[in-house]
Structures are given as C-alpha cells and as structure tokens.
Design a protein around this ligand. Structure first.
Ligand code: NAD
Ligand code: ZN
Length: 324
C-alpha cells in the first residue's frame, strides 16, 4: 500500500476513514502500515448523512489535512459515499482513495465518482462527482463479509452480467469470489462510466432493475435491503422487457434462474402495486414526467424506454408479486 500511494504521487499527510465494524478488522492495521491518522464513523446507512460529513470536517481540521493530503475510505458503499463527499467538499477537494471492502462497493460504488449522502427527504439527494485517485480492490477482505451482504453485492454483479457480460451469469462459484470474477464485474461499470461519466445516456443502463427495486425499498420504509430489492427489480425488468415485446420469455427464465442460484429473491409480497408504482414517480433519476425504464432486448442488449404503457408496468409488478 505505501508503494501504491507513492506511485500515484500521493505523498502528503494521510487519513484513513473507516467504520466501527471494520476498524478492528482492517482499519488499525492499515493506518499503522501507511502511517496514517485513523478516523472512525458509525456503521450503517442511517449515518450516511450531513452530520457525519460535518464530524469528518472537524476531524480533518484537527489532523491538519490540506489539499496535498490524501483521504482513504476503507469500507463498503456507505463509507465510500460519505467519505468521498467529505473529500470532494473539504477545501474544495482533497485527493481521495477508495479501498472497498464489500462486494457491492468493489463492483459498483467505489468506481465511477458518484459520492454523496442522504437527506431526511430521500436517498443520495446531496452529492458530487469526485473521481478517486485510485481504487484498491483486495478480494481477501470479502472473507469477513456477512453472507447476506455478499448476496446483495451479487445482485449488482448479475445486473452487470445482464447489461454487458453474460460470462458473469454463468461463472459464479458461491464458495469463493475470485479476483478474476470481481475484475470482470467491475470492468462492466468502468467501461460504461468511461464512455459516459455524467450519465448523459448509457450510464443509465446501470440502473437496470433499480426503478422497480428502489420503489420496493421506498415502499418498505427501507426495511428491504438494496441488493434484495434490486434482485426483484431485475426480475420485474425482465418481465417488462418480455411484456413490451422486446425479448422472448427465455430472458425471464435466465434472470430468475440466476437469482435462484445465488439465493436472491425474485418476488415480493405485502405491498400494494399502486404504492410501488407511485414510488417510481418520485425517483430522482427521472428526466421528465415519464418514468424511464432500462429494458433488455436480450442478454447484453440494454436500452432506455420512456414510452412504456402503465398497464404493462402493472403487469410486470403483478408477475413478481409472490403467489402470482
Ligand atoms: N456511489 C455509487 O455509485 C453507489 C452505487 C451503488 C450503491 N451506492 C451506495 O452504497 C451503499 C451500500 O453499500 P454496501 O452494500 O457496501 O453497504 P455498507 O457500506 O453498509 O456495508 C454493508 C455492511 O457490511 C459491513 N462490511 C463491509 N465490508 C465488510 C467486510 N469486509 N467484512 C465485514 N463486514 C463488512 C459494513 O460495515 C456494513 O455493516 C448505499 O448507501 C448505496 O446508496 C453507491
Ligand atoms: Zn444498486
């Protein structure tokens, strides 16, 4: 790690920011190894907020960070997003490095430069684009990740497989997530954000399954995990692709079999379809009054569709409602 930092010309004062769970596992050792100050924030999505950012600013001032310093985020997506936003805004930007520790953060959130926090009014409503100086991925860290979090990360990997790389759908070994597998999964995101860093067009493909998924999360009052909601969302997007006449029914089979193999849900129960449909309208990713769906003409053939009749959206929701 010290060599990697030097190679990127990151030679200033260092601060590692991690959470309470990861500090004893990896944070103390890393800070010692690279002679960095160590800052700890509480663990959990509920701490991805401006209060935590404000406490980080205080710590940065206390340590004496300047624009030549480097801030290292060691953690899952919550740590990466929160610390990234603090690094983007403190002194109008301090170089920052991502060391993702969860599968989701390795294949998704650590790459692409979106950082930010939640407001009481909604998720990720405050943020910035801040590219990390580097992202260091070590899959050995996944050994301590709880299995449910691994499954949630797999929802994003399956998403990447469906958007661009069918190999990811067929080569999953549940007993071990290998460096090659993660490399290939993250490469899908890298390729897309390099072509469209500010989401003018194709970056939106990365929202496959998220229009449905985030609506389920919202209607559940965020008691559903993101990855599990996205999994149901991927199944719903596959159904909608078929209902809209873009793909044959084999698409649904492939998506549902892949979700089953990983132990991810493909159905929901307990919420009114109208509530889920309305939650889609408040998705901030909408560009105008119509909901924009990412649908598939087949595996690795995504497209954006804004003209989907509501009746088909309801039919897709019905198809992923438990018991249907
Ligand atoms: N910026 C982006 O582009 C982007 C993309 C997708 C998601 N996100 C954000 O990412 C967040 C979700 O990230 P997440 O799924 O990593 O959740 P998380 O950061 O909450 O991590 C999940 C849990 O696993 C623990 N953990 C992480 N790594 C571990 C390890 N190696 N060993 C033991 N425990 C470990 C964490 O402490 C936490 O309790 C959300 O806030 C979401 O909005 C951002
Ligand atoms: Zn996601």
């Amino acid at each position: 790690m010290p060599q990697l930092l030097r190679a990127q010309n990151l030679i200033g004062k260092r601060a590692v920011v991690t959470n309470e769970t990861l500090r004893p596992l990896y944070g103390d050792a890393l800070a010692q190894q690279i002679d960095a100050a160590l800052i700890t924030i509480p663990d959990g999505e509920s701490y991805k907020n401006l209060e935590t950012v404000s406490s980080l600013y205080d710590s940065f001032v206390g340590i004496g960070l300047d624009r030549g310093s480097v801030i290292i985020a060691l953690g899952g997506g919550v740590v990466g997003d929160t610390v990234g936003f603090a690094a983007a805004s403190f002194l109008r930007g301090v170089p920052f490095v991502q060391i993702p520790t969860s599968l989701l953060s390795m294949v998704d959130s650590s790459v692409g430069g979106k950082v930010g926090v939640n407001l009481p009014a909604g998720k990720n409503l405050v943020g910035a684009f801040k590219q990390p100086e580097m992202v260091v991925i070590d899959t050995a860290l996944l050994r301590t990740l709880p299995p449910v979090e691994t499954r949630c990360g797999m929802a994003e990997v399956i998403k990447h497989g469906l958007i661009a790389d069918p190999w990811l759908l067929a080569h999953h070994d549940p007993s071990e997530i290998t460096p090659d597998y993660v490399r290939r999964a993250v490469q899908v995101k890298i390729a897309i954000v390099e072509k469209d860093p500010y989401e003018a067009n194709i970056r939106a493909y990365l929202n496959l399954g998220h229009t449905f998924g985030q609506a389920i999360e919202a209607v559940s009052g965020y008691t559903w995990r993101h990855g599990e909601a996205v999994a149901v969302g991927l199944a719903a997007a596959a159904h909608l692709s078929v209902l809209h006449g873009l793909a044959g029914p084999a698409l649904v089979d492939t998506v549902e079999r892949t979700l089953d193999a990983v132990g991810l849900p493909k159905r929901f129960s307990g919420y009114a379809l109208t509530d889920i449909r309305h939650a889609m309208d408040s998705d901030k990713k909408r560009k105008d009054s119509k909901v924009r769906f990412v649908l598939l003409r087949g595996i690795a053939e995504p497209g954006l569709y804004q003209d989907v009749p509501d009746a088909l959206v309801y039919a897709a929701l019905e198809a992923v409602r438990s018991g249907s």
